[in-house]
Design a protein around this ligand. Structure first.
Ligand SMILES: [Zn+2]
Length: 416
């Protein structure tokens, strides 16, 4: 999110500067959301996707990241509001802030980092709450503004925080959803939050959760944009130098397992018992130990081998396999496993901008959803596994026509 941040951490933890090294590599990887026109395959950009774990502060992170301008640009076309499920999720999130944090406050002010098309802020606007969205992607920010949601197109840091505080006053609540894990300069954002927040304000954010990723071997959470995968422990450590204390945690089912973290100026609020409970769970799961990540590496390799054995077998039987959902996450799976259009005929996706393009790296064609329903394949490879319940309900017709799903989280399996 911050264009001035270095894509390389030079072998040091991005949070605490301890010397760290990758514990595994997913190999040569294209930009996860870099769907190509057929004439663009010649000069595709690749980098090495290699996560590291800092034993000193517990942060799971990428040491090498593509230049931000390769990932986030005008064509960056992820509009949060396209998912009905996510709409409902953010309404509940917004209402919980309105009914708890903001209750009985006079003229409260809410700031959202990475506010996208206003999927969450619209609920504050609807109730007349002063709000400001900060969305670096200009075309997405424009969508929010046309709906009357106050939004600026900028990158958040301490300077912007000071500017906002001078113009609007300090914030009662700062919110972020699926944004913090994208920002390489986490300390820079933490410094901004510290300056923008009122002494009795709260900072609430949610992101994919490391504990779920390790437990489910859902390694597709690891891609260029996700520079961090957080745990309660690593969040606590990262914000401590900025006098922000982790006071609450709340697991979420979104994105295949996320965690909502609430932070407040140190000493301003009571720390929930759930924080210590979560830290204890993380210790029991071994999230603070290097050996856990060596085991995760072996689990990723086993998952990859099992999935490719399945796809090779089906190819040998001349079965038709179609991918379901051209997600950013699928780029890691497709390229790490070494899938080709020989394994997956095409990927079905409802996003118009992706249709007619090729998947990053493997160049599997992306086709409109109608191509999937027109002639059902024998098998659908469920790349959008985090929406499995919603999708399998919607596609009951595919299964009654004899189709089967191939899933790979938490284990490779063929299911009805
Ligand atoms: Zn560290």
């Amino acid at each position: 999110m911050n264009p001035t941040a270095k894509p390389l951490s030079n072998g040091h933890c991005r949070v605490c500067s301890a010397k760290i090294a990758p514990f595994m590599s997913f190999g040569r990887m294209p930009i996860a959301n870099g769907f190509l026109r057929p004439d663009e395959t010649g000069n595709e950009y690749f980098f090495e996707l290699a996560p590291a774990f800092c034993e000193s502060c517990g942060m799971f992170q990428l040491l090498e990241q593509p230049q931000p301008e390769k990932m986030f640009h005008e064509q960056y076309a992820f509009y949060s509001s396209t998912s009905r499920y996510m709409q409902a999720h953010f309404e509940v999130f917004a209402l919980s802030v309105i009914n708890t944090v903001l209750a009985e406050r006079k003229d409260p002010f809410v700031v959202e980092l990475g506010s996208n098309d206003g999927i969450m802020l619209r609920h504050f606007k609807a109730r007349g709450v002063r709000h400001l969205g900060i969305e670096p992607s200009a075309n997405v920010a424009e969508v929010a503004r046309t709906q009357g949601i106050s939004t600026i197109s900028a990158f958040f840091d301490h300077k912007l925080a000071d500017g906002i505080a001078a113009e609007h006053g300090r914030a009662d609540a700062i919110l972020a959803a699926n944004v913090m894990c994208h920002i390489p300069d986490l300390p820079g954002v933490a410094a901004g939050v510290q300056r923008l927040l009122k002494p009795d304000g709260v900072f609430i954010f949610e992101d994919p959760y490391l504990g779920d990723m390790i437990a489910k071997t859902s390694y597709d959470q690891i891609y260029d944009e996700h520079v961090f995968i957080f745990s309660a422990n690593s969040v606590r450590c990262a914000f401590e130098p900025f006098a922000l204390e982790l006071i609450d945690v709340m697991p979420q089912i979104t994105h295949g397992g996320s965690m909502r973290y609430t932070l407040a100026p140190k000493g301003s609020r009571q720390v929930s018992i759930k924080v210590n409970e979560q830290l204890a769970k993380e210790a029991a799961l071994g999230l603070d130990r290097a050996e856990t990540y060596h085991r995760f590496k072996a689990n990723c390799e086993n998952s990859r081998d099992a999935l490719m054995r399945t796809l090779e077998r089906l190819r040998g039987q001349e079965k038709r396999v179609v991918g379901y959902g051209a997600t950013s996450k699928s780029t890691t799976v497709i390229n790490y496993c070494g899938m080709t259009p020989e394994h997956v005929e095409f990927i079905s996706d409802t996003t118009p901008i992706k249709q007619g393009r090729l998947s990053p790296g493997a160049h599997i064609p992306v086709k409109p959803y109608g191509e999937f329903t027109k002639r059902y394949p024998d098998y659908a490879l469920l790349f959008a596994w985090n929406h499995a319940a919603e999708i399998r309900e919607k596609e009951a017709g595919f299964v009654s026509a004899g189709g089967r799903w191939i899933v790979y989280v938490p284990e490779v399996a063929i299911v009805a």
